[in-house]
Structures are given as structure tokens and as C-alpha cells.
Design a protein. Structure first.
Length: 522
């Protein structure tokens, strides 16, 4: 299509273009295309005068342009309209990747997706799913993500419903019976769906670098629905699962409070059982509840006379209020402060049994943490791709940044970390595919805890290096460094949510110490 349009355009010699070099009559050349900026100049966000520079007006401006703008600027319809012709005998070389295709930038993709590399973990169905998911995210999700990140509004319900129809919401809940009988994207059968398919879905969704939006897009479902699926009564399952997977209802997980986070035993929200046992009266507060501002259901950890329970609280029970919390990422995530004031919860809304709360909460953590590893590791790699491009196209002291050994050294450090993290993740994922849910809790809780703790150290390193290499752009929410700015501002979410870095490191070692054979001596 693009090539066809190029053929229909007029072609000019460089000498002809050079004559148009003044206010009111201004042309420039970018990547063998001629842009008429005569009218646009006074609207140019970077100012008019820079365009009249004698090295820009009527001249070849490709290198200058790509040192200052993202490629996506030229692809916006309002700017691509400025193209009036091409340069005789020359062809454009800077073309966006084909929709859904892997990036050709070295280390931009995990090894299994890189040309000429192999992996024992992924089969044809993983590869098909990856291609289709990437195309869907690039074509459909990306624009909505950018808009919602900027205006802070919740992700479009229509998009979530569309994801529901395609089975994406269901796939995000991982392998299991809820997928059986479904034919998913790329013709993947629900029965064959495994943790590598889930890894693919999760990693493709975070590649676009919209951290708050990513959580807004049913982050609450990923952690709030499993207790219902795994421990809920048939009545609760029938009421909740399908509407949530279809994007008609929204759910969140309400555990942390201003009083307690990782130390769940310190929670204060209390559910008092009525004398006749028919209901509970819940009082208390919850804080940092992802999707809480728009959730219909709250999977809520409470203290009871029996110890600890998890209740499914419906907003329409009355007495539930949610207030937006402004965190360092976009309010599109719907992060809430929740208050429960004398909320009357019928006893059939207890998930599992009263007294089982800790077991339910803990059994949820492994999968949640693994999902967070998938996300943080893939977003870290996306930043490596940005830096590979930035350090190639940005010139300082007359040379690309990557001509400096110190810059190459920094790239080596962060790329090695991203590669190591993905490889450890894939190895853990393989174990998950081979183990039952119970075995995973027994043998993998420590591994997953260490992996998450280390992955967020890696993302911290990558955020740090990326801002230093991007300079002021890494501190700016628009333009070339916008992904870096977003990553540096938001990568800490993964280090704190789902168990903080230090707590998880400690958990990993405590789990290992439990398994130390008594007869193991030096
Ligand atoms: C088709 C031609 C051009 C278009 C459509 C265009 C568009 C834009 C846009 C949308 C921005 C806002 C920042 C962003 O989104 O990246 C911008 C900023 C800027 N532009 Fe252009 N531009 C063009 C050509 C040029 C050229 C040839 C120069 C050469 C000097 C230039 C210099 C700048 C500068 C200095 C900024 C500010 C960058 C910053 O804040 O970091 N632009 N331009």
C-alpha cells in the first residue's frame, strides 16, 4: 500500500526541493520523502525558527528529524498528509515493522522470537498466539492505552468486552477448566492452553509500555477472580465468572490496608457473623485496591471470630464507598481507597469457609507473582529496545551515543540482566507446566519469590540506566523518551505490589531453609 502511494506521488530532484527554503514556502526531505511544511511551520510544536535553519530548510533532514522525534510522529495522519512527493531515484528505507511481526533490533525480543534462535519451550500454537496477540495489541489496544494513560479515565469497557469475546480475559486467568471447550485466538484449543500461552498473552500486553493502563485493563480480575474460581461455591462461580470474563462485570482484590500490607495478619477489617449465621456485618477500610474505583465485586480479606476469611462483597450490598487514590501511575488503573461501613454480606458470599482466609490468600500469591515477573521482565526488555534505537540514532559530540564505550558497557549490563531474567522465568514456567497447583505451592513458592524479587532489581537497574542515557527526555512524558519516563516512574509498582522485594527475597531463602537436609554438612 505504502509503496503504491509512493509511486503515485510526484518525484523531485534535491535541487528542486532546495529552492523551497523560506517562510511560506518551506519543503524538507525525510527518508526520501518530500514534506511541504509551508503552512505547518507556524504550528510546529518545536517552534518555527528551527525549521528555517539553513541546514534544514529545503534540505535533507532525516538524521536531524530522528534525533528529535519518534517515528510514530510521521505516521500520524495529520503529519503524513504533509508528504507531497519523493526524491527521484531514491526509496524510503525507514518503514515500521509489519503488523504483528517481531522486531529485528537485536535483544528487542526474547530469544525464542529472535531470528535464527531456538527454544525447547514454545510450539507452533504459542507462536501463532504470539503473532495474533501482538497484531491485536498494536492495532487495537495501543491507541486506547495512550489515550487513557493521558486522561486517567478507566479503560474503555467496549475494549474489555472485545477482549472477552476473543477469550483474552479468560486466557489471562491461566490454564484450567474455564478454558475447556473454548477455541481461543489463533485457533488455540482451551485444553492445550498452558503457562507458556499465558506468558505470551501477558508479555504481549505489556510491550506497549502503558503501566497504569495495563493494571486498569482487568488487573483486578487477574488477582481477584482466582479465589472465586478455586474456592467459591457453585452459586458464586455461576454468578461471577462468566460476566467478569465477558467484561460485563468488574472485580478486584481487596487485601491491603493502611494498617497492613505484606503482613496480612495485621489487617483490621472485621466481619461479625450474625447470631442466626445468615450474614456478616463488615466494617473497615482497604487501600491501594487496583480497579477498586469501578469494581462491582470486592474479593475481600477480613478478620472474623473464626480467624480469617475471604468474602465476596458486592458494591450494591450498600455501605461500600470507593475513592480514587492518585499514585505515581495513571488513574486509569482505578486505584482506590475503599471503606466498608456496616456492609451486610449474606453468608453464601463467604469464599471457601470462614477460617480458611489465609490459605486462600496465600494460594493466590504464587500465580500473581509469576504474572508480575512476566510483565516486569518484558517491560524491561522493551526499554532495552528503546535504548538500542536511541543510542544509535541520537548523536552527541558528532557521533552516535553508542560509539562511546561507556554507553556500550551500560547496554551490555542491562541487556544481560534482561536476558538472564527471561531465561529464569521460562525455566520456572516450564516447572509450572509440569507440576500440579499444589506442587507449585510446595516447590515453586520460593523460586517465584526470588525470581520476582530479582526481576524488580533488574527493572530498577534498567530504569536507572535508561534515564541516564536518555537525559532530559527520560524525564519527559511526551516525545522520544516517553516510554523511559513511564518505566522509571512506574517500575517500582512491581517491586511493591504482590509482596515487596525484601520480603520476597527473605521468603525465597526461608523456603529453601525448610528443605535443608539435616545431614547436609560441609
Ligand atoms: C514532517 C516534519 C515534522 C513534524 C511533523 C514535526 C512534528 C513535531 C512534533 C509533533 C513535535 C512534538 C514532540 C514530539 O511529539 O515528538 C516536535 C518537536 C520538535 N521538533 Fe519537529 N517536526 C518536524 C520536523 C522537524 C525538523 C526538521 C526539525 C529540525 C530542527 C524539528 C525540530 C523539532 C524540535 C527541536 C522539537 C522539540 C523536541 C523536544 O522537545 O525534545 N522538527 N516536532
Amino acid at each position: 500500500m505504502a509503496a503504491q502511494k509512493q509511486q503515485e506521488l510526484k518525484s523531485f530532484s534535491r535541487e528542486e526541493v532546495a529552492k523551497h527554503n523560506k517562510p511560506g514556502d518551506l519543503w524538507i526531505i525525510i527518508d526520501a520523502k518530500v514534506y511541504n511544511l509551508s503552512k505547518f511551520a507556524e504550528l510546529h510544536p518545536g517552534g518555527e525558527s528551527v525549521l528555517y535553519d539553513e541546514e534544514v530548510a529545503g534540505q535533507e533532514a532525516t538524521e536531524t528529524f530522528f534525533g528529535l522525534h519518534l517515528h510514530e510522529v510521521l505516521l500520524r495522519p495529520s503529519y503524513s498528509r504533509l508528504v507531497i512527493g519523493t526524491i527521484k531515484g531514491e526509496e524510503s528505507v525507514i518503514v515500521p515493522d509489519e503488523l504483528g511481526a517481531p522486531s529485528k533490533v537485536p535483544y528487542a525480543e526474547p530469544m525464542w522470537l529472535s531470528q535464527n534462535f531456538h527454544s525447547p519451550y514454545y510450539n507452533d500454537s504459542h507462536r501463532r498466539l504470539q503473532r495474533e496477540m501482538r497484531a491485536y495489541v498494536d492495532e487495537t489496544v495501543y491507541e486506547v492505552a495512550q489515550r487513557c494513560e493521558a486522561n486517567g479515565k478507566r479503560p474503555d469497557v467496549e475494549l474489555i468486552k472485545d477482549m472477552g469475546k476473543r477469550g483474552i480475559n479468560a486466557m489471562r486467568m491461566g490454564p484450567g477448566k474455564h478454558l475447556h471447550g473454548r477455541t481461543l485466538m489463533a485457533g488455540v484449543k482451551g485444553e492445550e492452553f498452558d503457562y507458556f500461552h499465558e506468558l505470551v498473552i501477558t508479555q504481549e500486553l505489556v510491550r506497549m509500555g502503558a503501566r497504569g493502563f495495563g493494571d486498569g485493563l482487568q488487573g483486578g480480575m487477574v488477582i481477584g477472580l482466582p479465589p472465586v474460581m478455586n474456592f467459591g461455591s457453585q452459586k458464586l462461580k455461576d454468578e461471577v465468572i462468566e460476566p467478569v470474563l465477558a467484561g460485563e462485570k468488574f472485580i478486584c482484590l481487596a487485601i491491603s490496608e493502611a494498617f497492613a500490607g505484606s503482613d496480612v495478619m495485621g489487617l483490621r477489617t472485621f466481619a461479625k457473623k450474625s447470631e442466626d449465621g445468615s450474614h456478616y456485618i463488615v466494617n473497615g477500610t482497604k487501600k491501594w485496591i487496583t480497579n477498586g474505583t469501578f469494581a462491582d465485586y470486592f474479593t475481600t480479606a477480613v478478620k472474623t471470630d473464626e480467624g480469617f476469611a475471604v468474602l465476596l462483597i458486592r458494591r450494591d450490598f450498600g455501605g461500600v464507598e470507593t475513592k480514587q487514590i492518585k499514585t505515581s501511575y495513571s488513574t486509569t488503573a482505578g486505584t482506590a481507597y475503599v471503606t466498608f461501613d456496616n456492609v451486610k454480606v449474606p453468608s453464601e458470599y463467604v469464599i471457601g469457609e470462614d477460617g480458611m482466609g489465609i490459605q486462600i490468600v496465600l494460594s493466590n500469591f504464587n500465580h500473581e507473582r509469576w504474572v508480575m515477573c512476566c510483565s516486569t521482565i518484558r517491560s524491561s526488555r522493551a526499554i532495552c529496545e528503546v535504548l538500542m534505537k536511541w543510542t544509535s540514532q541520537r548523536k552527541a559530540f558528532g557521533k552516535p551515543l553508542n560509539s562511546q564505550a561507556v554507553v556500550r558497557g551500560k547496554l551490555a549490563g542491562i541487556i544481560s540482566e534482561a536476558e538472564a531474567a527471561q531465561n529464569w522465568l521460562e525455566s520456572v514456567t516450564y516447572q509450572m507446566c509440569k507440576m500440579s497447583y499444589k506442587q507449585q505451592s510446595l516447590f515453586l513458592a520460593g523460586q517465584v519469590a526470588l525470581l520476582k524479587s530479582w526481576s524488580t532489581r533488574v527493572s530498577n537497574d534498567i530504569a536507572d540506566v535508561s534515564v541516564n542515557l536518555a537525559g532530559g527526555r527520560g524525564l519527559t512524558q511526551s516525545g522520544m523518551g516517553k516510554m523511559i519516563e513511564m518505566f522509571a516512574r512506574t517500575s517500582k509498582f512491581d517491586a511493591v505490589l504482590g509482596g515487596s522485594e525484601e520480603i520476597l527475597a527473605d521468603l525465597g531463602i526461608r523456603q529453601a531453609l525448610r528443605l535443608m537436609p539435616e545431614n547436609a554438612k560441609l
